[in-house]
Design a protein around this ligand. Structure first.
Ligand code: NZQ
Ligand code: ZN
Length: 386
């Protein structure tokens, strides 16, 4: 097992009817900006619950943060924060609203020339404006980590940021919010969380037995509850296990002491930036090709995953490893997720070259657990996924 340090300061408030606990977490003298997305919270009752909870707290609202949070919209919110002397942010939404709020938390205290530098400068954010979240969509894990991904439609870029200053102070996880989530987003959530585990697991054996079992436990739980969640999102037992699995998949715990990959995400973000494909679907497009392309480096863990997650008992290590890739792709397909880029866009020719060029320009010359995946390898992987 590798050396590690682990600190996660986010307080989780989990369970039925917990949105009412909001006021216990926000300082009484705070001036709060409530941030939300395209309006789903106004239809499913979450907005009303938040407003009731905040009745004695001074607050303003900023709605309209789109999926794949858009930089130009966030700059409008930043103006409100500055003009109104906001001291505390409250994200009510999925990964996009929470990520947008993390960007604002950093930007509110940023002293450089333009806030876009937070995304291009490569420096971790160590201090941000305090914020909490009310999670409405289990998927990203953003509610309990310090990372964010921001999109710039003008430059067709989607870049990551983060740092120890960007953990939410608290996150409220009421599994009842799942009831109103459309199937497409539920499927995305399952796929995103499952791939988060894969990115921190599908590398090489590192003698981290407990981390492997944690990771496998999350994947097994997702597989176990997925049919129930999709059949009836109001099934509270299934919803609560789904929600907690998504949070645990990316709150830092399972990546400690082990190598991690993240190439699937790095390549996937480019597909969202170029074609607007849902985040989770980009992962389902890239993951199977990535594991095939890097088969030799990953085959031990692929075989372990085949045995422990998919109950594959027959064949050589290589046979099992191949079957694991197939089973993963079939799992995505069976939920209705296409795993080829050409199913999402007709103009896929040339995508591989564009991504490879972008990685070269950014100096991303070695991705993956061995830092050996070159831009030309990313190019080959994307081409395999056409
Ligand atoms: O905008 P509204 O109206 O709220 O509708 C949203 C949106 O259209 C809707 N929705 C959310 N909760 C709902 C609901 N509809 C009905 N009922 C509810 N309870 O779902 C749509 C998608 O929401 P979004 O927040 O975009 O989805 P998700 O949570 O999948 O977030 C995706 C973003 O997170 C980033 C992705 O790149 C993408 O930009 N990620 C963030 C990560 C992190 N911070 O750790 C890690 C991930 O790998 C990912 O990159
Ligand atoms: Zn993801």
């Amino acid at each position: 097992m590798n050396n590690f340090e682990f600190k996660n300061p986010t307080k989780i408030i989990f369970g039925k009817d917990t949105i009412a606990k909001l006021t216990e977490e926000i300082p009484s003298d705070a001036k709060v900006l409530v941030l939300y997305g395209g309006g789903s919270i106004k239809k499913n009752g979450i907005y009303d619950q938040v407003k009731t909870a905040l009745k004695d707290v001074e607050h303003l609202e900023f709605g309209g943060i789109p999926a794949n949070p858009e930089y130009s919209v966030l700059l409008e919110a930043l103006e409100v924060i500055k003009a109104e002397n906001i001291t505390y942010l409250l994200a009510v939404g999925g990964g996009s609203v929470i990520d947008g709020t993390k960007f604002l938390s950093a930007a509110a205290l940023y002293e450089g020339e333009t806030p876009w530098e937070i995304l291009t400068g490569g420096k971790p954010t160590l201090k941000g404006m305090p914020f909490g979240t009310v999670l409405t969509l289990p998927a990203t894990g953003s509610e309990m980590n310090s990372g964010a991904v921001i999109t710039n439609r003008e430059t067709k870029e989607k870049l990551a940021m983060g740092g120890a200053g960007l953990f939410p102070m608290f996150s409220i996880l009421d599994p009842q919010v799942i009831t109103s989530i459309p199937r497409r987003q539920l499927v995305n959530g399952i796929t995103d969380a499952f791939t988060h585990v894969l990115e921190q697991y599908m590398t090489y054996p590192a003698g981290a037995l407990l981390q492997d079992r944690f990771a496998e436990g999350i994947m097994q739980t997702l597989l176990e509850v997925a049919p129930s969640v999709l059949k009836d999102p109001s099934d509270y037992d299934a919803a609560s296990n789904f929600m907690w699995s998504c949070t645990m998949a990316l709150n830092g715990l399972i990546q400690k002491g082990v190598p991690t990959d993240w190439a699937v995400h790095a390549i996937g973000h480019e597909l969202t930036a170029l074609y607007g494909i849902d985040h989770a679907r980009t992962l389902a497009i890239i993951a199977p090709s990535h594991y095939q392309y890097n088969f030799e480096a990953k085959k031990e863990k692929l075989a372990q995953y085949a045995e422990r997650i998919w109950n594959v008992t027959e064949g050589t290590l290589e046979d099992k490893a191949y079957e694991a890739i197939e089973k993963t792709e079939t799992f995505f397909n069976q939920m209705g997720i296409e795993t080829k880029l050409s199913k999402y866009t007709d103009s896929y020719e040339g995508t591989a070259e564009i991504i490879s060029k972008r990685f070269t320009e950014r100096g991303w010359l070695g991705l993956g657990e061995h830092k050996s995946l070159k831009p030309e390898d990313a190019e080959n992987i994307v081409r395999m996924a056409y």
